[in-house]
Design a protein around this ligand. Sequence first.
Ligand code: PMP
Length: 422
Amino acid sequence: MEIQTKEKTNTQQSTQEGFDVYRVRQDFPMLQQKLNGKPFIYLDSAASGQKPQVLMDRLSDFYAHEYGKPNEQHTASKNATEMLQETRQKVADLIKAKSSDEIVFVRGCTEAINVVALGFARGLLQDGDEIIIYLMEHHANIVPWQMAAQDSGAVVKVIPLTETGELDLEALENLISDRTKIISLVHSSQILGTINPIKKITAMAHKKGIPVLVDGAQTAPHMPIDVQDLDCDFFTFSAHKMSGPTGVGVLYGKSEWLEKLPPHNGGGEMCNTVTFEQTTYKSIPKKFEAGTTSFADIISLGAVIDYHHALGMQAIADYEQELLEYGLEKLHQIKGLHILGSAPEKEPVASFTIDGVDVKELEKYLNSEWGIAVKAGSLASQPLMKHLKVEQAIRASFCYYNTKEEIDTLAQAIETFIQKDS
Ligand code: PMP
């Protein structure tokens, strides 16, 4: 990649209602570059977020000047232990958890869901019990529960979808039975963008004592999260999708549920006493953090959280909603283009098909001719795509470092592709 010397600016729109996107973009080295000779237009943040310089600086400082493995006795280690705990507290504050003990660091959202599913299979599910998931799940919230069902003899039931791509609450109420042991569902779909009514679901589930896991992979990066207000029992997300480091995920669990859940991995760091006959585990969250974690990356997540606080999570959410509205309007103007999902409340993703267009070809064209990164395919939700009777779709996802001009370029590029093909 070549370095672009000057960021394209438009002074008229350079400050969009208090959110200065052009200033923010200066913090992201990847966005200063050219791709295939064109300014790099990154519209694939639902897959992973671009990284602000503060993340690289924090990692570099830690490795260069502060490095020590946590939980040893020497000073460098003690400092690292403190930094790790500070980050745990920052994450707890970010999602409004009651205590930092309710924050478990894992490798990603996928692993977080697996920790819960495996724990349920090992200790909390019996033959004939029921697990409820949702038709719009990412594979990460389908496969672990299928495995848990196979291991325990439980069955997986699926909540259907309404015409507009929303959750059918009545159908969910009918699905819940005396055998339901957990409801696990996505907060916002990576394809439809629909934000699900979690508070209504947790209220319904808790009347019967059923815990609810919320897959927050697509919401944690884009809106303020309050797990106590949602009243979910588990909440999972990945740091890399929120402009944070790779290899770090968060499993939030209410302490009473984390206490009940058996650990998925055994090893050092998670145990108190070990004999060949029996092991006693550390208390939460350590019980779930066997072995050496990706602690340098975890510490660097703290810097990204600070960065987002400085921008303001609400300001980020408001600006992204503005981008979404603008993007949907632009895309709707393209003849033959069909947006998937029309729920009133959406995260900033726009997935679509276009009559007569092979979206994989369009994806390649946007990349090679326009420097635009988007994602096409079944978008990691094959059951949802089957239900929608769509084999492949293409997704543009927006983040607070994107501009309206980038969306204009996307629309222009799509129009050019359609004309070229006709
Ligand atoms: N759930 C949803 C809704 C997602 O969009 C993703 C990632 N695309 C995941 C779970 C899995 O996240 P990760 O690959 O970071 O574990």
